[in-house]
Design a protein around this ligand. Structure first.
Ligand code: NAD
Length: 261
């Protein structure tokens, strides 16, 4: 349990990749702050399950990360409970698929706020505690779309390129404070985020569900397999190890070869 005594906050961890990060970090002994939306009973069950993994503490924040004042409340909750966050995973994100001229303005604003600006707010509030301790790990779930574009995903591709740049910038700023900052860039991972974009993609491209899966989602993924949330979490776990102290400013692909093409 190499993370005993450390605290990790994972945004958007009531589902998908975020929940896999939370489980992997808890299994190594970290206290966990989970965050996100969902059924209250399900979230409470997940929170308790995290605690039974290791005997450490898990707390839940229902902060809506599109609202900076809610992010401030969440970070204060973490500071009051655990004296700050040692591992910050900027993971929460959402998607919307539409041609640029039809892209709803409120969807653009939502995606930029959640997938990009929220990471600025969590980071600016976490860094003072990390600097004080001389140790920290900041990890962003970026995406293959932080390196390559796909049509009809303007807001998402823009936000993911942005978070990759943000993460590189803080890596440089924090390089001499024992704090690393890295992005992990998955290809298609089978989670509700992917499932939920299938109907819109069927509409935008006039395709069947099967064709969207084969010809759009897995088309660019040379292995023709989805990434699993656990495979993404394993990389985050490595980045938290002392062996990864010199890995900073990197953007690690886990995309079945997508961005190698
Ligand atoms: P998911 O939909 O399963 O999980 C998203 C999480 O974010 C949930 O916990 C949800 O409650 C939370 N969330 C949504 N809106 C929120 C808000 N306003 N405030 C706080 N929390 C909010 O999605 P996922 O696939 O696990 O995605 C997680 C991250 O991984 C995202 O940043 C996504 O862009 C990225 N990603 C996913 C894939 C993929 O194929 N699934 C690929 C590359 C990158």
């Amino acid at each position: 349990m190499f993370l005993k005594g450390k605290t990790a906050l994972v945004t958007g961890s009531t589902s998908g990749i975020g929940l896999a990060y939370a489980k992997a970090l808890a299994a190594e002994g970290a206290n966990i702050v989970i965050n996100g939306f969902g059924d209250a009973d399900d979230i409470e069950a997940e929170r308790k399950a995290l605690e039974t993994l290791n005997g450490a503490k898990a707390i839940y924040s229902d902060a809506d990360l599109t609202k900076p004042e809610k992010i401030e409340e969440m970070m204060k909750q973490a500071a009051d409970e655990f004296g700050g966050v040692d591992i910050l995973i900027n993971n929460a994100g959402t998607q919307h698929v539409d041609p640029v001229e039809e892209f709803p303005v409120e969807k653009w604003d939502l995606i930029i706020a959640l997938n990009l600006s929220a990471a600025f707010h969590t980071t600016r509030l976490a860094v003072p505690y990390m600097k004080e301790k001389g140790w920290g790990r900041i990890i962003a779930t970026a995406s293959a779309h932080s390196k390559a574009a796909s049509p009809f995903k303007t807001a998402y591709v823009t936000a993911k390129h942005g978070i990759a740049g943000f993460t590189k910038t803080i890596a440089l700023e924090l390089a001499q404070h024992g704090i690393t900052a890295n992005a992990i860039s998955p290809g298609y991972v089978w989670t509700p985020l992917v499932e939920n974009q299938i109907p819109d993609t069927m509409k935008a491209r006039n395709m069947s569900r099967e064709d969207v899966i084969e010809k759009v989602l897995l088309e660019g993924q040379p292995t023709k397999e989805f990434v699993t949330p656990e495979q993404v979490a394993a990389i985050a776990l490595f980045l938290c190890r002392d062996e990864a102290a010199q890995v900073t400013g990197a953007n690690w692909s886990v995309d079945g070869g997508w961005t190698a093409e």
